[in-house]
Ligand binder design. Structure first.
Ligand SMILES: [Zn+2]
Length: 302
């Protein structure tokens, strides 16, 4: 059973919205790539665990907070009074462990993911006991990328390597477990404790004036030229997109990046930057949003 599905985080959506409109530093580019890669790995894991959903209650991407400790769990599966946690890493290349420190293929120290797994395990066990659940917690560190290798690590750690992944899933699938009422109660409790907007401080600084205006192609992120009839045609990658859909996409980005700004015809016209007059904008707003007020002071929401 799928209790909570995975969606791109608010931060990832904001970074995606900013990318075509702002000049990213190399560091910011790397950060976005890292986030995209992580998300891709998690989606790949969701696909692999789909068959387990019949006998286990799954919660994907849950953020919890206890005594000021915020922690995020990529995936959890609950059945027969046991809770499995999965930390999914999409690391690629040859990693090596020296004196408990993890080094990437470019010889840069990365955060030891085992420490993260241990911390989550401890906090989650505490939370379960506080809420009166007797479930045991079993944590797993999953390496999803087939191009990943780890050297010099002792055995007996809760690590699942890419080559073991199919067997690991199969083993879980063969366990004679089922979702009990107590499992469902725990799943609902965890869902209710999930924090939707967790803190993120890694967004680049931006303001409305300096962001580039226009509608960027969703495939190649190049800005569109004015539409022909009712669709845009990307000159760079040849993608076709309906004007209404493109405007709605840009509108979503605007609302995500400027949540406290009012959505007006003039504002969206300026933000989209590619139309000769306001007719299309007005039409899209009228048919997709609710209008508040009339005339120049009116604004829209949905
Ligand atoms: Zn394109």
């Amino acid at each position: 059973m799928l209790i909570k599905d995975r969606e791109p985080s608010q931060e990832l959506l904001m970074l995606r919205g900013l990318k075509p409109r702002l000049h990213f530093t190399n560091e910011e580019k790397n950060y976005l790539d890292h986030k995209e890669k992580g998300f891709e790995g998690e989606l790949a894991f969701d696909k692999l665990t789909e068959p387990l959903r019949e006998k286990m209650a799954f919660l994907n991407d849950v953020t919890l907070k206890q005594n000021n400790n915020e922690y995020q769990i990529d995936s959890m599966a609950i059945a027969s009074n046991k809770l499995h946690t999965f930390e999914v890493k999409n690391f690629e290349g040859d990693y090596i462990v020296k004196d408990n420190k993890w080094f990437s293929p470019s010889n840069i120290i990365v955060k030891n993911p085992l420490l993260q797994v241990q911390r989550t395990d401890t906090l989650l066990t505490q939370l379960l006991r506080e809420k009166g659940f007797r479930h045991t917690v079993e944590s797993h560190l999953i390496f999803i990328n087939p191009e990943f290798n780890l050297y010099n690590i002792p055995s007996g750690l809760p690590i699942v390597y890419p080559a073991q992944l199919n067997r690991f899933i199969e083993k879980l699938n063969n366990e004679p477990v089922k979702i009990t009422p107590s499992d469902m109660k725990l799943a609902q409790t965890l869902l209710s404790l999930h924090i939707n907007d967790s803190t993120y401080s890694n967004l680049p600084h931006y303001d409305y004036q300096t962001l580039q205006k226009g509608i960027a192609c969703p495939a190649c992120l190049k800005f569109y030229s004015p539409p022909k009839y009712t669709s845009f045609h990307c000159e760079s990658c040849q993608l076709q997109e309906g004007t209404e859909q493109a405007v709605l996409r840009s509108m979503k980005d605007f609302q995500l990046l400027f949540p406290s700004e009012k959505l007006t015809t003039n504002r969206l016209f300026d933000w989209c930057g590619v139309f000769k007059d306001k007719r299309t904008i007005r039409k899209v707003l009228k048919s997709n949003c609710q209008q508040q007020g009339h005339g120049v002071s009116s604004y829209f929401f949905r």
